[in-house]
Write a protein that binds this ligand. Structure first.
Ligand code: DGJ
Length: 720
């Protein structure tokens, strides 16, 4: 049963509110986060839910607000999890922060705090938003003491709520099985979601959770809070559930091996924690994050993404002028817009013929490409295609000219034998070192200098940070490496974006190993997974779309049998799965037979028609592959609700398996929509040209029969 009372309610006997409480209302179009911020006291969270007006403050208080510390520090009265733990200059490990003032600057509210005894300062930031229902929070921590202090734990933000029967949705995985979804009731104790990879922080767990307040998570109904930590490195999300069904989320940079020293006068800004609340289920939270991305958190979030062919699964490292031109011909014929040459194009002393050498030597392999990259760019442009290229800038191999010249540029401990990564020789460059940052920026600058019309870069990252140690950082700052690596990376990315704002850059890390909002201001899209099997992609894409807009999700049609699973899946199903994101291809088009080529051409043309709806519209996940008994469905609706496209899939087959009734969502209930189907192979074509009201399609739904294994339907809806 759904409950409509305010969602943050807790007995607050220990705290009383003065009538002169300084109230803070952080608003988005549909939500409010309410805190009190009295000078001399601590900032306290009282409410996060549907938008309320300041006049409703008393309702929140009278209902006995949750009244929880918005940034709990270790050492005084904290027995719960804390957000901050500091060793002060004199060795004291306790911190007691009280508010010295609160100010508002446009969308920002800044609550300034100071330790009662020490010159130690924390500014707690909240950013409201008038374009989507996402609130951002973070802190700036400053050492005003006379000697260095050590930050042991420095989380970004806190969210707390009280609700019995709450559930958590979280995402985890591994190579080729990213973003797998688990949903479970929140039970007493501490749930921790953590990443220790060092560089690829989306490879296993994701730094995002949804908390459903009305029991088992629903896609399009019920109250849900979503939280995403926007950071490119190791993180920790702690969700503590204690008596009275109180759940407190504390999210930030991981506190293992990351103690951070601040000299007198130095400060540290923690990464953003982004929060969304919706009464429209998980889908409502997803759509808030998607809109937030399109409104700015994703690089170039308003531009339509191109249909591309990537060379990897077509030829792997065996790229050369001839095979690339053949693939260009193929994608051009199909109606594609961009050709990307993947790994294998570089290396001179050590040629990139396999993955054990050459990373770092970003010069063309002239045996494969006698006329260099410019000849590939020209070949693409002669065909009316744009051109893109693969790099892995933060990495090297021990067999490379780069490593021979700069052995001190890699992440390494000074006394031990190196543990190598991919190919038995891969090493991570030390991005905390400004010289390495310059080198990484130079890779992109040089490519653009040599190829001024270069349109696209695929930025890969294929190993974890082994060999913890930096020859750039001093001995007493080794524990900065996990953080300074990413501050260095971020600084390099900022420089690249400043010089090349229009370059399309894809983020890749052995597939979807870096899917995190912390990266997205610098990247236009990401590769969801090295697994291109359409069945597994249904799960991977379903999970990923919970927080990320589908315009940023690179989804490629690949060969059958699939290279990762050996599965044989019809081309229509493969296209229908790939078309729900940024469509591309990852195969030699010449491997398609004539009938398939003809179908692929039509599919690419159809995708161009629906592209603005899929890439810029609102996504409604409908029937989950996790629950649909071998079926799933989703749809996209344009912001003005005049256009929509519906997808449904069947991926189980046995006698008696029933096709579900398909209920749509997100339509204008009072509008009439005409339905047209694309490329159906089903016997029944009942919907072609038929009209239905939005209300009927959502409430009553339609019976779009799916007959065989791997059958799928795509239905276009237009308001008439
Ligand atoms: C890993 C990526 O995920 C693949 O798409 C491909 O680019 C390879 N690296 C190339 O080495």
């Amino acid at each position: 049963m759904k409950k409509n009372f305010p969602l943050l309610l807790l007995t607050a006997a220990a705290f009383s509110l003065s009538a002169a409480a300084a109230d803070v209302f952080i608003n988005t179009p549909k939500t409010t986060l309410m805190l009190t911020a009295n000078n001399g006291s601590t900032p306290r969270i009282h409410y996060y839910g549907s938008r309320i007006s300041p006049a409703q403050r008393q309702e929140v208080i009278d209902a006995m607000s949750i009244n929880y510390d918005a940034y709990p520090a270790f050492g005084r009265d904290s027995y719960d999890e804390t957000a901050l733990s500091v060793t002060h200059a004199d060795g004291n490990m306790s911190t007691e922060l009280t508010i010295t003032g609160t100010r508002t600057e446009d969308e920002l509210t800044i609550i300034s705090m100071k330790d009662k005894k020490y010159d130690f300062f924390v500014d707690l930031y909240y950013k409201s938003n008038d374009k989507s229902d996402v609130i951002e929070t973070w802190t700036v921590i400053r050492n005003g003491e006379k000697k260095p202090i050590r930050l042991e734990q420095y989380a970004s933000g806190v969210m707390t709520l009280r609700q019995e029967g709450a559930w958590i949705t979280h995402f985890h995985g591994a190579w080729a099985q990213e973003a797998q979804m688990t949903e479970e009731p929140l039970v007493q104790g501490l749930k921790t979601i953590v990443n220790h990879d060092g560089v690829r922080n989306g490879m296993n767990d994701h730094a995002e959770v949804m908390i459903s307040l009305d029991g088992k998570p629903q896609e399009n109904s019920g109250r849900v809070i979503g939280a995403a930590l926007c950071w490119t490195g190791n993180y920790k999300l702690r969700l503590e559930t204690r008596g009275h069904y109180r759940h407190t989320l504390i999210a930030g940079i991981d506190d293992l091996h990351t103690a951070y020293t601040l000299k007198p006068g130095e400060s540290f800004e923690t990464p953003k924690l982004a929060l969304a609340y919706s009464t429209e289920g998980k889908g409502g939270v997803s759509r808030a994050f998607h809109r937030w991305g399109r409104a700015g958190q994703l690089h170039n979030g308003r531009a339509l993404r191109e249909i591309l062919l990537n060379s990897w699964e077509g030829v792997y490292m065996n790229v050369n002028q001839e095979v690339c031109e053949k693939m260009m011909d193929g994608i051009k014929e199909l109606g594609g817009e961009l050709f990307v040459v993947d790994d294998g194009w570089f290396g001179r002393k050590y040629r990139r013929t396999n993955d054990s050498q050459s990373l770092g030597d970003w010069v063309t392999d002239t045996e494969k490409l006698p006329n260099g990259v410019p000849a590939l760019v020209k070949a693409a442009e002669d065909r009316g295609l744009k051109f893109g290229i693969w790099i892995e800038p933060e990495m090297t191999n021990s067999k490379s000219e780069l490593y021979e010249a700069h052995p001190d540029w890699v992440v390494a401990h000074p006394t031990r034998e190196l543990a190598m990564g991919r190919g038995g020789t891969q090493l991570v460059l030390d991005m905390s070192n400004p010289k390495v940052q310059d080198f990484v920026v130079g890779i992109v600058d040089n490519l653009v200098k040599e190829n001024p019309t270069l349109h696209y870069i695929k930025w890969d990252c294929n190993m974890s940070m082994n060999n913890f140690g930096s020859s750039y950082l001093t001995a007493d700052r080794q524990s900065h490496l996990f953080v300074d690596y990413h501050l260095g990376l971020r600084s390099a990315l900022e420089r690249i974006r400043k010089s090349h704002p229009d370059l399309v850059i894809q983020l890749c890390a052995s597939g979807g190993g870096r899917v995190n909002w912390g990266f997205m201001p610098y990247f236009d899209e990401f590769w969801c997974s090295d697994n291109t099997d359409a069945l597994q992609r249904l799960y991977i894409q379903w999970g990923t779309s919970h927080f990320y807009p589908t315009m940023a999700m690179a989804q490629h049609v690949s060969a059958s049998p699939n290279h990762q699973t050996g599965r044989i899946i019809p081309l229509k199903f493969r296209f229908d799965v790939a078309m729900t994101g940024r469509l591309g291809m990852e195969m030699k088009p010449s491997d398609l037979n004539e009938k398939e080529l003809d179908y692929a051409k039509k599919a690419v043309a159809f995708y161009k028609e629906i592209r603005p709806i899929v890439q810029l519209g609102d996504q409604y996940r409908l029937l989950s592959p996790y629950e649909g008994n071998g079926h799933c469905s989703e749809m996209f609706v344009s912001e003005d609700k005049s256009d929509a496209v519906f997808f449904c899939y069947k991926f189980e087959h046995f006698v008696g398996l029933q096709t579900p009734r398909w209920h749509m969502a997100g339509l204008d209930p009072d509008a009439t929509y005409q339905l047209n189907e694309f490329g159906s192979t089903e016997r029944s074509h009942y919907f072609e040209g038929k009209t239905f009201s939005g209300r009927f399609l959502m409430e009553t739904g339609i019976d779009a029969y799916l007959s065989g294994m791997f059958s799928s339907r795509v239905i276009r809806l237009k308001k008439v």
